[in-house]
Design a protein around this ligand. Structure first.
Ligand code: ZN
Length: 483
């Protein structure tokens, strides 16, 4: 049996004014996907392919579009390019038996809000109504009516930080195998939950998400249920359909899927007041004051407003200016994404003092760069990223030519950084990545400015459908079934 597979990911931040272009994606076409499979190690697509191969299906790879980091809305041309590759590869094959895709679920282009709905509707048009389509989604997917209508099963990660991408892919493939080999009719139902929540309040090993996941496992025990999911939406997407959701896939019994999805939506709603920052959160000034009173170092303070992992541009240097103005020393700050500054420092070489223009003063794109005098301590290339460790008034600043999601300690070590030598480590990130936790004596979230600003109640949303919690603290909002 012939199965179409592919991966299209992007978490598109509506507030970051810089559009995401095609260069920010790693693109693989058709057979290249098999040949360069190492790029897929930590993806659902890997789980999808492994399970399909185990079932002796013929796997037909179409496209991989994997962003190096998240960012602003995707340029329409970039999206069209990805979609064209996908549809072209898809059209090369006849008599397709099934489709299994790895999609994020929160990709928005400059003039098309529901990119995944579009991909799935096009897929359905090409393969027809009788061919099952199953999809592995990110937990931060914004599920839409169009996605539900054009897929037979949507399943999402159950961990944040996301550690079960492979298993989620395997589940999506497994469901497709059930439909094709055991002739099980996949039936799906779901509810929209009018709720916006950031990842920093919904880590899955902490309350209330840990308890909600137990509800999911409980639902899964029902003989007729194949898999159930919570999708949390993406809080920095200003689109009408942005909500959390519950989705249940059952064996043919629509009423069962419907009632279980409603149950999960109600359980979520009961906990609407319980989503709190899982890391203690303060203003930058307060966080620094607390850090000063500590005895064991380093203290990690997250510059959470400018997190490239959720689509900010990693350029905003307001916190750095504050640290400098207050005379803080033994601080590591970064990474700041600035191609020109990186290039200038690289040209000058190690040990040289330079005046550079860095970053962006604040969230206003017109605010301009900031002039700083710095001394280059180290220059390194790690993967595709060139970075400089530069000292600015006793603060070590990592400056990189590309955005860097701060999840890999080897990246900072490559610059000769020894974390234990700092009192404060300030990363442009949301919650601290598990890989860095062994180095931190204490972790705090600083509610800093940026395109991933954490106090959602203060964000001027224009398009998100109201009322929605916690922007509107209305207790009687009913979950709405997907149509
Ligand atoms: Zn996610």
């Amino acid at each position: 049996m012939k199965i179409i597979v592919g991966l299209i990911h992007h978490e598109s931040n509506s507030f970051n004014p810089e559009l995401t272009d095609i260069e920010e994606f790693k693109i693989l076409k058709g057979e290249e996907i098999r040949e360069k499979g190492e790029a897929l190690t930590r993806t659902s697509l890997k789980g999808i392919i492994d399970v399909l191969v185990k079932h002796n299906f013929e796997v037909l790879p179409t496209v991989v579009a994997l962003p190096t980091s998240e960012g602003g809305l995707v340029k329409r041309e970039a999206y069209n390019y990805i979609k064209e590759i996908y549809l072209e590869e898809l059209s090369k094959h006849e008599k397709i038996d099934g489709v299994c895709l790895d999609l994020h679920g929160s990709m928005t282009t400059e003039d098309l809000d529901d990119a995944e709905g579009d991909i799935l509707a096009e897929t359905r048009k090409m393969v027809g109504n009788e061919t099952p389509i199953t999809v592995a989604l990110d937990m931060h997917a914004m599920v839409t009516d169009k996605m539900m209508k054009n897929a037979d099963a949507l399943v999402s990660y159950r961990t944040a930080p996301h550690l079960d991408k492979y298993e989620t892919g395997a589940k999506a493939a497994d469901m497709l195998a059930k439909a094709l080999k055991e002739n099980i009719k996949l039936t799906m139902a779901g509810y929209k939950i009018s709720y916006l929540v950031s990842g920093e309040k919904s880590e899955t090993d902490k309350y209330p998400m840990n308890e909600l996941l137990r509800r999911i496992e409980e639902v899964d025990k029902d003989q007729e249920v194949l898999y159930s999911s919570y999708c949390l939406g993406f809080p920095w997407a200003d689109v009408e359909f942005n909500t959390a959701s519950s989705i249940v896939v059952a064996r043919g019994n629509k009423n069962k899927a419907e009632s279980k999805a409603r149950y999960l939506a109600d359980e979520f709603w009961k906990k609407r007041y319980d989503f709190k920052f899982t890391t203690p959160a303060y203003s930058l000034e307060e966080a620094l004051k607390i850090a000063e009173g500590e005895r064991e170092f380093p203290i990690f303070i997250m510059d959470s407003g400018d997190n490239p992992g959720a689509g900010s541009n990693q350029r905003i240097v307001e916190p750095l200016i504050y640290l400098k103005s207050k005379g803080y020393k033994r601080v590591l700050y970064g990474s700041v994404c600035d191609k020109e500054a990186t290039e200038k420092l690289k040209q000058a070489g190690i040990g040289k003092q330079q005046k550079i223009l860095l970053g962006q003063r604040n969230t206003d794109p017109q605010s301009g760069k900031v002039e700083l005098t710095c001394t280059t301590k180290n220059i390194r290339k790690y993967g595709d990223v060139t970075s400089v460790l530069a000292q600015i008034n006793g603060i070590d600043v990592i400056i990189s030519d590309k955005k860097v999601v701060m999840t890999d300690p080897e990246f900072v070590f490559s610059l000769g950084v020894r974390l234990e030598e700092y009192r404060i480590v300030m990363f442009k990130s949301g919650y601290l990545a598990p890989e860095y936790k062994p180095y931190a004596r204490k972790v705090m979230l600083a509610l800093t400015p940026g395109y991933t600003y954490q106090e959602l109640e203060k964000i001027p949303y224009k398009r998100v459908k109201r009322p929605i919690f916690p922007l509107d603290k209305i207790d009687t909002i009913e979950p709405e079934p997907f149509s």
